[in-house]
Design a protein around this ligand. Structure first.
Ligand code: ARG
Length: 636
């Protein structure tokens, strides 16, 4: 039986082991299911983990079934590739010495197709080292599938909603939304690559009382924007009438609203008409949404991010039902005229009970009511297994509260995984609020343009030194470098930290930056080109992979680790791990290139093998950068 199915079967056994321990403990291991070398879907760690689970049950029955396999990457290369720390944790329940337990575990462990015979170190660590033949077979498989690197899709695909970007209509899309867009897009790309069914949702703020003021201002100050075209919805022609900068427009409307009592009154009346679905007011609302949408789209196009807009207004018709469900569930209480749900296990700073307001005194609904409705809609209509919310950490308590209420009320079934994916603030280089030199907020378009401009300037200088100028092609490259730099700088930071925005750092050719990684890629492509065009290689196809030099072996081992990094990213949602991996890979490549001549390799066979390692390295960088939303260039 191929290994992939074996792994699956092992994990099924594990499930049954926890339910009916006795039968699982006595059932014979799947002897017929000897794993076939190189057919583990490229996930040796998952395979080893499954084998350890099986060995635990076989060797220790019930106690083994209850134990965690505890397989991690080895902490030092001399310990091999992986280590299993399960023996230590079993010492107490089994009342035995960890080293003896480790030995029994090894005796039951069937990993011979992937690993050399395991050894025991220290108090009872089991060291596992991948066999060279296994590594060779993986490199060959990767070589033959440069786009996926022979990484199998998950055997347990999920429906995953990623709620990200989510700016607000008629307000500025700010650097926080940019972070959400960049991080959210990467998470989607990774989850899609893993084989999940991902729904990318833009939960734009397109509803609320602020529209009363905006619509009133629009009607009174720019009535021509609303003039009837040929009637009907299709005739909303935002843009033919320039209402100026929407953010400016918002500011001016707010000024009127704050300073003019009768304007305020008229605004309130417009909100009521909007909520009642008055066609004229809806037209005005749509116009405003359209104008904003166009501005947002400019940014998404520049970044190459795809999203489905499903704003807050989408959930309007479901809000009343949410309140009813909360009432029926006995969760709803009245507090100072508002409808609230009291939160368990958390207090306000003044020690009073925390309450999530779901309906205001005037009957209006809240941001949280919409989120509760969205949880239910995503669970039932979208059949989601997991929902991710990518916003700044300032919204952590909002999501804590919403998730708790969704669970207690049953709006979220227990099987649905709800996760807030928080990130820190974007700061200026001085650690203060991110602003332009004159103290204004930075427009995203300007921010991205500036990165591209600097990248082009740097490139022009470098080209001038070689007596060359910038052409169409070079400009396109500079654009990729500039945008890649902005994305990579954001993604390579631990997302929960605040992040200092620095053009100089992100565009530097040194350090863990996009230009550095893009350059590394282009350089390897150059090496490949030279090595294959100078003298044609006459050798077997695919070439036999030689891993004799320590640097060859280390590089190959590093190349095998990508699937693990992705599995971890899928679970923990930290894109910086992928950036760290890429940087590590580039160092390993440099060591390889220093120690192992490619073009001047002693034999054709060796040269072909080294070219193959170059190819797989390049493909790994390309794939990884692609998952970070960054395009590579063949020459830089
Ligand atoms: N529009 C919100 C903001 O700008 C973000 C929405 C996040 N998503 C959600 N389902 N609440 O802060």
């Amino acid at each position: 039986m191929p290994l992939r199915r074996t792994v699956h079967r092992l994990s099924q056994q594990r499930r049954s082991a926890t339910t009916s321990l006795a039968s699982a403990a006595t059932s014979s291991p799947p002897d017929t299911a000897r794993p076939t070398q190189g057919d583990d879907g490229g996930r040796p760690k998952d395979y080893i983990e499954a084998a350890v689970r099986q060995a635990l049950v076989k060797a220790f029955g019930e106690a083994g079934a209850a134990a965690a396999p505890m397989v991690t990457a080895a902490t030092k290369p001399e310990f091999g590739d992986y280590q299993c720390n399960a023996a230590m944790a079993l010492a107490k329940p089994l009342n035995a010495k960890p080293r003896d337990i480790a030995q029994q575990l090894i005796d039951a462990l069937e990993v011979a197709d992937l690993c050399d015979p395991p050894d025991i170190a220290g108090p009872g660590f089991i060291n596992l080292r991948l066999k060279p033949e296994y590594i060779q077979s993986r490199i060959t498989a990767m070589l033959e599938d440069e786009s996926r690197l022979a990484i199998a899709k998950t055997t347990a695909p999920q429906r995953i909603v990623v709620d990200f970007s989510s700016p607000n209509i008629a307000k500025e899309m700010h650097v926080g939304h940019l972070r959400s867009t960049i991080i959210g897009d990467t998470l989607c790309r990774v989850l899609e690559f893993q084989g999940h069914d991902v729904l990318r949702l833009n939960h734009v703020g397109d509803w609320g009382t602020q529209f009363g003021m905006l619509i009133t201002y629009l009607k009174e100050e720019v009535p021509q924007a609303l003039a009837d075209g040929d009637g009907g919805e299709g005739s909303i022609t935002a843009g033919e009438v320039d209402i100026g900068d929407l953010v400016e427009f918002y500011k001016k409307a707010k000024e009127r609203f704050d300073g003019d009592a009768s304007f305020k009154e008229r605004s309130r009346a417009e909100v009521v008409r909007l909520q009642a679905g008055d066609p004229d007011v809806l037209r005005a609302w749509r116009l405003l949404c359209d104008l904003s949408r166009r501005e947002f789209q400019v940014i998404y196009d520049i970044l190459g991010v795809k999203l489905e807009e499903r704003g807050e207004s989408f959930y309007n018709s479901m809000l009343g039902g949410v309140i009813e469900e909360l009432r029926e569930g006995g969760l709803l209480q009245e507090s100072e005229g508002a409808q609230v749900v009291f939160i368990e296990g958390a207090k306000n700073r003044d020690d009073s009970a925390q309450a999530l307001i779901v309906q205001k005194t005037d009957g209006g609904y809240m941001y949280s009511t919409t989120d509760l409705a969205a949880v239910k809609q995503r669970a039932t209509q979208e059949r989601a297994d997991r929902v991710l919310y990518v916003t700044d950490s300032g919204q952590a308590s909002h999501f804590d509260q919403v998730f708790q209420v969704a669970r207690r009320s049953g709006l979220a079934p227990p099987s649905l995984q709800l996760q807030h994916v928080p990130f820190g603030l974007v700061q200026g280089e001085d650690g203060k609020k991110f602003k332009t030199r004159s103290g204004d907020t930075v427009k995203l378009k300007d921010l991205l343009d500036e990165a591209v401009r600097i990248a082009a300037e740097d490139m022009e200088k470098r080209l001038a030194e070689e007596g060359r100028g910038m052409g169409e092609e070079e400009r396109a490259v500079a654009r990729k470098v500039g945008l890649g730099a902005v994305k990579y700088a954001d993604l390579s930071m631990n997302r929960e930290s605040n992040y200092r925005f620095s053009y100089a750092k992100m565009l530097s050719l040194q350090g863990n930056t996009a230009p550095y990684m893009m350059y590394a890629y282009a350089r390897i492509q150059g090496i490949r080109r030279r090595a294959t065009t100078s003298t044609p290689i006459s050798t077997s196809d695919p070439p036999r992979i030689v891993l004799e030099h320590p640097a060859e072996l280390t590089l190959a081992r590093t190349l095998l680790r990508l699937p693990e990094v992705l599995t971890e990213l899928e679970r923990d949602l930290y894109p910086n791990r992928l950036c760290e991996y890429l940087f590590d890979l580039s160092q390993r490549f440099n060591q390889f290139y220093e120690g192992c001549p490619v073009n001047a390799a002693a034999t054709d066979e060796l040269r072909a093998s080294r070219v193959a390692l170059c190819s797989v390295t390049a493909a790994t960088i390309k794939l990884s950068l692609g998952l970070l939303g960054i395009d590579v260039v063949e020459k830089l």
